[in-house]
Design a protein around this ligand. Structure first.
Ligand code: ADP
Ligand code: MG
Ligand code: MG
Length: 251
């Protein structure tokens, strides 16, 4: 099973009310899927649960990476299984340069030393695609990065770590159109038979540049409909009311 599969997932905030109410979703390796949906639908919660955020309780269901349930795994173990969560490293790490952090993250993922030459080779290629200069490498991780730099740096991490499945949440927030195009270029450079991605976004704009194979719509903790890229355009034109009605009809 070469896919990321979410199976009948129910989850709540620790000690609180239900947020995910039976999410079913399959992202085959080699495809890019988008999740759209109104504010509060549970999109970010799904991303954080895939990342292993301990503030949520999973009541039921499974998350399978190539057939293996990852729900009991620590976040670093999930990374070794090939998952990349763009928002997993949002912290500022004073005293650790961006390059050192990336090399450590790559070694942690591979479980072995990564040679300097190999590492810099990957970096060079990624920086070229992202139209970024090397000065970003010697800065401390996220320290004083602008919102756009943080997002671009997430894509640099993605390109260096070369995960099997990437989950990206609100990759477009705070980006001007040029930065958005560069970020999309990075994600598109990753596309291929060995890579799958789940792109979570409230707005259709990002999907003009990262054209998804499948669009899923989440409302009130469930996927209520799925379709091709045209579904994103329909949502942009018509809003979310009609899918909210689908959610009510289906519950
Ligand atoms: P989306 O990303 O689709 O906008 P979220 O996953 O952020 O939705 O939120 C889904 C629902 O869960 C919202 O009603 C939100 O208030 C609630 N929620 C999410 N995370 C928390 C949290 N840490 N504490 C309390 N409520 C939360
Ligand atoms: Mg939200
Ligand atoms: Mg969100």
């Amino acid at each position: 099973a070469n896919q990321l599969e979410i199976k009948n997932l129910y989850a709540s905030i620790e000690g609180g009310e239900a947020i995910l109410k039976g999410v079913n979703l399959v992202v085959p390796k080699g495809q890019v899927h988008a999740i759209m949906g109104p504010n509060g639908a549970g999109k970010s919660t799904l991303g954080k649960i895939i990342a292993g955020d301990p503030s949520y309780t999973v009541e039921k269901g499974e998350i399978l990476v190539d057939g293996e349930n990852i729900l009991e795994m620590e976040p670093d173990e999930r990374a070794r299984k090939g998952l990349f969560l763009a928002f997993q490293y949002p912290v500022e790490v004073p005293g650790v340069t961006n390059a050192n952090f990336l090399r450590l993250a790559l070694q942690a993922k591979k479980g072995e030393e990564v040679g300097v030459m190999e590492f810099y080779g990957k970096l060079q290629k990624a920086l070229e695609v992202l139209e970024w200069d090397e000065s970003i490498l010697t800065r401390y991780l996220n320290d004083g990065f602008s919102g756009g730099e943080k997002k671009r740096n997430e894509i640099l991490q993605l390109m260096v770590l070369e995960p099997t499945y990437a989950i990206m949440d609100e990759t477009d927030s705070g980006l001007d159109i040029d930065a958005l195009k560069v970020v999309a270029k990075g994600v598109n450079a990753m596309r291929g038979p060995g890579f799958g991605a789940l792109v979570i976004t409230h707005y259709q704009r990002l999907l003009n540049y990262i054209v998804p194979d499948v669009v899923h719509v989440m409302v009130d903790g469930r996927i209520v409909t799925s379709g091709g890229p045209e579904l994103a355009l329909k949502l942009e034109a018509e809003g979310y009311e009609w899918v909210k009605e689908l959610a009510v009809a289906g519950s």
